[in-house]
Ligand binder design. Structure first.
Ligand code: ADP
Ligand code: MG
Length: 145
């Protein structure tokens, strides 16, 4: 397990950090994004998806209601999932995440995944975002390998 710590001072800096982290996130990966509402989890996904040429940053929006967004690149796909509204393991089952996670072409990025021990156990990477001020964030990256 390696840990890296960063500080960003704007949303743009968090997008840029997401771009730079992408080289550690090559598929297959399951990544948990942790942090309060408004911390910057979705903002980070903008940079990651852009780095893989899966989506332009403006096309990455919160999957709060749709639960799963898929961004396809020629060789891989980025799945951006928000489990904020999912409360039970049974509801989680209906999303069919296992199939996405087990596909070696996929990078699966999950917000609020820590609600489910099964996902915590299977994660490859965790990115924790802490709000230090209106525009300042501490971003800690835990790499399992
Ligand atoms: P989450 O997905 O964690 O709920 P979002 O990424 O949707 O959060 O929202 C983060 C909000 O905080 C955005 O409005 C963004 O512009 C703002 N923001 C301000 N500073 C930062 C920063 N350093 N990093 C990320 N977002 C920031
Ligand atoms: Mg979000």
């Amino acid at each position: 397990m390696t840990t890296q710590e960063f500080t960003t001072n704007s949303a743009d800096e968090t997008v840029e950090l997401g771009r730079r982290l992408a080289s550690d996130l090559r598929p297959p990966k399951l990544v948990l994004l942790r942090g309060d509402l408004g911390a910057g989890k979705t903002t980070m996904v903008k940079g990651i998806a852009e780095a893989f040429h899966a989506a332009a940053q403006d096309d990455v929006t919160s999957p709060t209601f749709t639960l799963i967004h898929e961004y396809r690149a020629p060789e891989m796909s980025v799945y951006h999932i928000d489990l904020y509204r999912i409360d039970t393991p049974r509801e989680l089952e209906t999303l069919g995440l296992d199939e996405l996670i087990n596909d070696e072409r996929n990078l699966v990025l999950i917000e609020w995944g820590e609600k489910f021990p099964k996902l915590l156990k299977e994660r490859d990477v965790e990115i924790a975002i802490d709000r230090l001020g209106p525009e300042q964030r501490k971003i800690t990256v835990f790499l399992a390998r």
